[in-house]
Design a binder for this molecule. Structure first.
Ligand SMILES: Cc1cc2nc3c(=O)[nH]c(=O)nc-3n(C[C@H](O)[C@H](O)[C@H](O)COP(=O)(O)O)c2cc1C
Length: 185
């Protein structure tokens, strides 16, 4: 199963980006995680650009289309989602391959419930399928853990593995058993 991981933070020392890189290392062999590192290269979304999208948007969209699922970790800014993740999602609103895509949401700061709820609302509105069994809050803010620390933390590793197992189950196993009726792509 191919997973595209998106961080809503452009900070070099981002906890959310580190969490996604840790997830890539913790993933079992049947799951490949590609941490997309160029969300910062996306221009601000403008519907006028749709007929001839910029190369960064074309590349981003093609990575989305090539993935079975998305894994998103994004901070909360002023009780909202970050501009980085909202801009990325805006580029997918009218991109047909995104509809019915399975998405897992990791929240690295459980106190940031406004952005978590807002992100889920945006995703549902875009016809993504938010996989609840794969969406975990992991209290990393203030933990002092970097990427290595997350990989080596039994609690964080277990939580990440639980998310990935939930995503795999939702995408691969259910698709196989309910091919005709399950709408995930
Ligand atoms: C501009 C800005 C606004 C923030 N607003 C909130 C907020 O409303 N609620 C919150 O819980 N944390 C807020 N924070 C804290 C961030 O969520 C926290 O620093 C988080 O670690 C950032 O994620 P990152 O490490 O992946 O960059 C804010 C941080 C910044 C830089």
């Amino acid at each position: 199963m191919k997973v595209l991981a998106l961080s809503g933070s452009l900070r070099a020392a981002s906890i959310n980006s580190a969490l996604l890189r840790a997830a890539r290392r913790l993933a079992p062999p049947e799951i490949t995680i590609n941490v997309f590192s160029r969300l910062g290269d996306l221009p601000l979304f403008n519907p006028d650009l749709e007929p001839d999208p910029p190369i960064a948007a074309i590349e981003f969209r093609s990575q989305v289309a090539a993935s079975d699922a998305l894994l998103i970790a994004s901070p909360e800014y002023a009780h909202g989602v970050t501009g980085t993740i909202k801009n990325a999602l805006d580029w997918l609103v009218s991109y047909e391959p995104f509809a019915y895509k399975a998405v897992a949401v990791l929240n690295a700061s459980p106190r940031a419930h406004h952005a978590d709820a807002a992100l889920r609302e945006v995703l549902r509105t875009m016809a993504a399928v938010v996989i609840e069994s794969a969406s975990n809050a992991i209290p990393l803010l203030g933990s002092g853990l970097d990427e290595d620390g997350m990989v080596n933390s039994p609690l964080v590793a277990a939580s990440v593995r639980e998310s990935l197992a939930g995503l795999y189950d939702a995408v691969v196993l259910r698709r196989a058993s309910h091919a005709a009726s399950f709408p995930l792509r």
